[in-house]
Ligand binder design. Structure first.
Ligand code: ATP
Ligand code: MG
Length: 299
């Protein structure tokens, strides 16, 4: 039996796209660490929360084996792990504890740029290069298409040019990498973002309590990051027109502007406030529109 462990261990990506944002998120939760010389382990100082810096592919396995308690990883990696386990006839062991709202990307099927796309049937009998064979396999099955996954662990997008595959199924955010390889995305099989992965059950030895504390802080940090303060001024006579256009959020605070028949409105908004929204408000009579980031919040 494993030794009791009173400290929480969180696996994050050592480098790559999710490493720095993951560390930033945990730092914004008030965590500080002392780094080991090899920079693979960070000992938590402010809370008993240690970090293990690894390759993202290893994160589900480390949690499944109980080496780590939680991990910050792309949903794409977690889903593939779950499907692999299911294929081995084993029960699901990990779940998504939280979604974090960053690290967004899609797992897309992409074909040669000049080729026409008529639908999934067109993939019948083709070789599809991917690092996500189980996720692709599930989708192909749902589509009733029989194709051959070619598993590559990197440089998936050059496989068609090398003659290793006919099409690819790869992670895409802007599509720039695909375009550079004369490929174009035609259909999305998974929407991904960074998530907190953890075991399906609860943690032992008092670590669940530490995890609960950390998750509460993460929830606060994520909410804070998505919060913005929208401020504007409007003539009293236009308030009825502007009010319904305000983005959904908390109840607006409306204050009389000294010496004018005008009010200042401020409202806490969740999520981005697009330009089009500001333009709508302006057209309805709002002026001095401002969107401000929120640094701290305590209800
Ligand atoms: P590692 O060395 O840790 O194995 P990696 O090369 O496998 O790194 P990255 O390219 O750093 O991984 O991507 C990590 C995660 O970032 C992906 O699994 C995915 O969830 C997310 N991601 C976001 N946008 C993209 C994108 N455009 N391409 C690839 N991954 C993306
Ligand atoms: Mg990887």
């Amino acid at each position: 039996p494993a030794q009791p462990r009173e400290r929480l261990r969180v696996a994050i990506q050592k480098s790559g796209r999710l490493g720095e944002p993951a560390r930033d998120l945990l730092a914004s939760c008030g965590l500080t660490w002392r780094e080991s010389r090899d920079k693979l382990f960070c000992y938590g100082e402010s809370l008993p929360v240690d970090l293990l810096l690894v390759r993202d592919d290893d994160i589900p396995g480390l949690i499944a084996d109980g080496v780590c308690d939680l991990g910050i990883v792309g949903r794409n990696v977690l889903v593939e792990h779950g499907l692999e386990r299911a294929a081995q006839g084993r029960p699901a062991d990990l779940t998504e504890w939280r979604q974090l709202g960053w690290g967004a990307c899609r797992l897309d099927v992409a074909i040669e740029e000049q080729q026409e796309w008529t639908g999934p049937e067109q993939l019948e009998g083709l070789r599809i290069a991917t690092s996500y064979p189980r996720t692709l396999g599930r989708w192909l099955q749902e589509q009733g298409v029989d194709a051959e996954p070619v598993v590559l662990n990197g440089s998936v997008e050059i496989a068609p040019r090398l003659g290793q595959a006919d099409v690819v199924c790869d992670l895409v955010s802007s599509g720039g990498t695909l375009r550079a390889n004369q490929l174009r995305p035609v259909t999305t099989i998974l929407h991904s973002e960074a998530v907190i992965a953890g075991p399906s059950g609860t943690l032992d030895d008092g670590r669940q309590e530490i995890a609960d504390l950390l998750l509460r802080r993460i929830d606060g940090a994520v909410q804070l990051k998505e919060s913005r303060l929208l401020m504007l001024r409007v003539a009293r006579s236009d308030l009825d027109a502007v009010g319904p256009l305000l983005p959904a959020g908390h109840e607006p605070t409306v204050t009389q502007v000294e010496g004018r028949d005008e009010v200042a409105v401020q409202v806490l908004v969740h999520g981005p406030v697009p330009w089009a929204k500001l333009e709508d408000l302006k057209r309805a009579g709002a002026a001095n529109l401002m969107v401000l980031p929120v640094e701290g919040m305590l209800a």
